[in-house]
Design a protein. Structure first.
Length: 219
């Protein structure tokens, strides 16, 4: 098992790298490891409402520069560029939910019905996820950030830099991806992006609030 002395240096190493060494490429094995850490991430009710789209096509990256203003330095230089999609229509009675419980989780029918009952209550009254289509999409999209965080931490643990990217025109970026036939907007939406590679510049000093300002104890 890794120790605290392995993990904390990785968190100190990680920063939002704005420009990468374009000549250094992440190996297939290392990026496969990063993706696997995303795939193994937890999600609400284990429904995995995500898809990881690795964008390596130079022409498509060039087009994305027009709408992804937060990746002007990373789109041209990243070894690997990732669009994290969220799945739409994640209602408790949707085909995807049924597929996950039957085909992936291999649950017995009585267990499925009990779990669907809990999910229905969660979505309808506990968290009001079904009050609007936007609420339902937001519930799915925010779970993708769990996978994003795990992938960035995994990358840092093996000395790979990353940058999470929310700086984009949502409609314009989705339109570019749809036009390229890599985004089915009927079933998926764009949640967040991330770039991975190796830094060219020294890491800036990490600035964070003191622990007493961000941690409270209820005893």
């Amino acid at each position: 098992m890794i120790t605290k002395d392995d993990v904390l240096p990785a968190f100190r190493f990680r920063h939002a790298c704005k420009r990468f060494d374009a000549d250094r490429k992440i190996s297939a094995a290392d990026f496969g490891f990063i993706l696997e850490c995303g795939r193994l991430s937890p999600s609400s009710f284990g429904l995995e409402p995500w898809k990881f789209l690795v964008i390596q096509n130079p022409a498509l990256r060039q087009k994305l520069l027009a709408t992804v203003w937060g990746a002007q330095g990373t789109l041209p230089t990243a070894s690997h560029y990732l669009a994290i999609l969220y799945r739409k229509a994640m209602r408790f009675d949707s085909p995807h939910v049924r597929h996950m419980m039957v085909d992936i989780q291999n649950l017995a029918e009585d267990v499925i019905q009990a779990k669907l009952g809990r999910l229905s209550k969660f979505q309808q009254s506990d968290h009001h996820v079904l009050d609007s289509a936007r609420n339902l999409d937001d519930w799915a999209a925010k779970q993708t950030y769990i996978a994003l965080g795990n992938m960035m931490t995994a990358a840092a643990l093996v000395g790979i830099d990353s940058c999470p990217i929310e700086g984009f025109d949502m409609a314009g970026t989705e339109a570019i991806l749809k036009e390229a036939n890599v985004l089915d907007t009927d079933n998926f939406g764009l949640a967040v992006m991330a770039a991975f590679g190796y830094r060219t510049n020294p890491q800036p000093a990490k600035a964070r609030q003191p622990v007493e300002d961000v941690v409270g104890w209820v005893r």
